[in-house]
Design a protein. Structure first.
Lengths: 201, 223
């Protein structure tokens, strides 16, 4: 599956203002066009966080859809205390985490990776970003969730503990293990499962 | 000799080293490089880009939202939007018909029919729409006709708002909502006639216009 990475202005660039408030109000009233406009604006961010938590494209699509349904359902409770993007992001994270928890008999994840990650030119290191995404997908689920929430999404250990139902100490411990494992994978010390599979063929 | 494990270095990305750890780091440049690499890795993770969802995601979501009653299904276009859609459709048909006529005339020698079609559509005087001698002439004539249509449309807008006692709306969000109606109409039209070149062009143009309007809204919020 081909997927594309996109860069957006900081969340406050698109997450506030009268225009967005109008869209939200219309979306609350069931206006599909307003919901579509919100979806067009925020779906890359929602999909990114959900995709990384899921570690799988197909699951990510389901989780993203569930996250949007939850968000639209909860839209009347949005009071504007936080930015809409932040509010939506939290819903996406919680929804994806809950979905992962529900998948008790989750089959062993395949490690197939997207063929290509297109990053906007002159911004960031596309190769490094791709390697990071690959390494993220290969982390054990518990480590990946903690690393994502802390290092990618900026959650505190207390917030992670609350979201995952673990202590902040466990969150820290998992984070340090995850960073170390990532580092080993990135510098090629620890062969990825894909490589092991290739050698065994 | 005491060493620091990678997990220890991972901790030192966030925390200050103890005196003992600092002493080990001071003695070992390799460990210091490794710590710096770990910090760089963490910084990079903070800036991972967003990811475009797969195409078709919206349509699946829309169906689910309609089914669950969270949004209304496509309602018939009514009221003022119907008028604007009629005008937009007239524009597409006019430009499309004119272009088709000229292309046909160039290809088959049906110049007389073309003259009638073009002059009837754009300029009662017939000026500027004489039989084109080349494709370039035809393109120029189409552009002139389009320009004339835009001018006429501007006048129509003014008269429309004057008669209805309204002011033109410049709100980009309102514009976006209008474009969404056109997108929905275009989408429905393309579904009815998927091979129709002009309906496809109209649909693509409205999608592009929607993207531009979204970008404009984002830029407005940015500044």
């Amino acid at each position: 599956m081909e997927w594309a990475a996109v860069r957006y202005p900081p969340s406050d660039a698109t997450g506030s203002g009268d225009m967005e408030a109008q869209l939200i109000r219309r979306a609350c009233e069931g206006d599909g066009r307003a919901v579509r406009a919100l979806y067009d604006r925020y779906s890359p961010r929602v999909f990114a966080v959900v995709r990384r938590i899921a570690g799988d494209d197909d699951l990510a699509q389901d989780y993203a859809q569930e996250a949007w349904i939850r968000a639209i359902r909860a839209l009347p409770t949005f009071r504007g205390d936080a930015r809409f993007s932040t509010w939506l992001h939290r819903i996406a994270v919680n929804s994806a985490l809950q979905a992962v928890r529900k998948a008790k008999t989750r089959k062993t994840r395949e490690v197939a990776m997207p063929d290509e990650v297109a990053v906007a030119p002159r911004m960031g290191d596309a190769l490094l970003e791709r390697k990071l995404e690959e390494a993220l997908d290969l982390l054990p689920e518990g480590m990946r969730k903690v690393l994502l929430l802390h290092d990618v999404e900026g959650y505190t250990h207390e917030e992670i503990g609350a979201a995952l139902g673990v202590t902040s100490g466990t969150s820290k411990s998992q984070l340090f293990k995850a960073r170390a494992k990532m580092r080993r994978m990135l510098r090629g010390i620890e062969p990825s499962p894909r490589e092991v599979e290739a050698w065994s063929v | 000799m005491e060493r620091l494990k990678l997990e220890d270095l991972a901790r030192l990305v966030d925390e200050q080293p103890t005196a003992k750890e600092q002493a080990i780091l001071d003695r070992d440049p390799g460990l210091r490089r490794e710590l710096e690499a770990m910090r760089a890795q963490t910084r990079e993770l903070q800036h991972l880009p967003a990811i475009l969802p797969p195409p078709g995601g919206w349509h699946e979501l829309e169906q689910e939202l309609v089914t669950t009653g969270l949004i209304r299904g496509h309602a018939p276009v009514a009221g003022m939007w119907r008028k604007w859609l009629q005008v937009a459709a007239a524009f597409v048909l006019f430009i499309g018909g004119t272009t088709f006529g000229w292309v046909t005339a160039n290809g088959t020698g049906l110049g007389d029919g073309l003259d009638q079609q073009a002059s009837a559509g754009s300029d009662p005087s017939g000026a500027g729409v004489a039989s084109p001698a080349s494709l370039e002439d035809a393109r120029t004539a189409v552009e002139a006709a389009e320009s004339e249509w835009r001018r006429a449309f501007g006048e129509y807008q003014q008269l429309f708002y004057a008669e209805n006692g309204q002011q033109p709306r410049r709100d980009p969000v309102a514009r976006l909502a209008g474009i969404e109606a056109l997108v929905a109409a275009g989408e429905a039209a393309v579904q009815e006639a998927p091979d129709d070149e002009f309906l496809n062009l109209f649909y693509v143009n409205t999608l592009m216009e929607r993207q531009q309007t979204l970008s404009q809204i984002s830029l407005d919020a940015w500044h």
